[in-house]
Design a protein around this ligand. Structure first.
Ligand code: C2E
Ligand code: MG
Ligand code: MG
Length: 263
């Protein structure tokens, strides 16, 4: 098991995986709930290990954070995702956004703004096409620096979304203190919204609160038509989940964009 390796060793392993091009990004589409148009994608990292097969991020991102390899990985993710989005933008002439997940480490010591700035200038991606996804707990743990870091990031012209919203230890005051553009309703609420009145109530409340704060709402993990219908009925504007699209290769995203153009 990866966790049995000492920290030093897992750092070396992850850096080697990066050098050997064993890390790859898949892209999961996000759709406009009303029109059904694909408006963006989220970059999701995978480790294609020659012997162990596909290792999901939940298995190695925590190790990367502990060992410090996360810095190199995040730089690679940002530059790869931005390059890809720039390519889609040029070849399909459509403004599809790309979202990158940041880990807690990148927020510490104000590292994220420099990394993002470098990825943008190196690839030439228009900043409004890049979105960063951060979790509530990351913001709360780094309360001191988070506000400054987020303000620096916003100055670059990108968007910021709160991932897994509703599961962290929330202090709602940060929602208007920090320059946030969107909330992603955690998939646990979405999965139960048609089975549990209280989960439905939470989803409805998150949507209402987001709108009154002028934030967009994304529902993640949408798997059924019933979930989609309730989300639309309650005014959720962006939908992501296996029902409409699983994480896929950049080639598949490009061909979806081409089809849309021809229609
Ligand atoms: P996340 O950002 O909340 O991403 C959503 C996860 O839910 C993804 O898992 C995605 O494949 C999965 N998912 C999407 N729609 C559905 C659905 O309808 N049903 C179900 N059952 N699952 C769905 P994945 O790719 O394994 O990523 C897990 C987590 O790893 C992500 O959660 C994110 O926190 C983290 N992660 C992924 N890529 C990166 C990265 O490049 N950097 C960092 N720091 N973290 C990453
Ligand atoms: Mg995410
Ligand atoms: Mg999430």
């Amino acid at each position: 098991d990866l966790h049995s390796f000492p920290t030093r060793r897992s750092s070396d392993l992850l850096r080697k995986a990066l050098d050997l091009k064993q890390l790859q990004l898949m892209y999961q589409p996000k759709f406009d709930a009303q029109t059904g148009v694909m408006i963006g994608v989220e970059a999701l990292i995978r480790w294609q290990h020659p012997e162990r097969g596909m290792i999901p991020p939940s298995r190695f991102i925590p190790l990367a954070e502990e060992s410090g390899a996360i810095q190199a990985i995040t730089e690679w993710v940002l530059s790869t995702a931005c390059k890809q989005a720039k390519n889609w933008h040029e070849t399909s002439n459509s403004a599809v956004t790309v979202a990158v997940n940041l880990s807690a480490y990148s927020l510490k010591r104000n590292k994220a703004p420099v990394m993002v700035q470098e990825a943008l200038s190196e690839t030439g991606l228009p900043p409004h096409l890049l979105e960063l996804e951060l979790t509530e707990s990351m913001l709360i743990e780094n309360d001191q620096h988070a506000e400054e870091t987020l303000n620096d990031l916003k100055k670059l012209g990108i968007s910021i979304a709160i991932d897994d919203f509703g599961t962290g230890y929330s202090s709602l005051s940060y929602l208007h203190r920090f320059p946030i553009d969107a909330l992603k309703i955690d998939r646990s609420f979405v999965w139960n919204m048609n089975r549990s009145d209280s989960d439905l109530a939470i989803v409805v409340a998150i949507i209402a609160m987001a709108h009154s704060l002028k934030l967009k709402v994304v529902a993640e993990g949408v798997e059924t038509d019933a979930q989609l219908a309730s989300l639309k009925r309650n005014g959720c504007e962006i939908i992501q989940g296996y029902l409409l699209g699983k994480p896929t290769t950049p080639e598949n995203i490009a061909s979806n964009l081409q089809k849309k153009k021809r229609r």
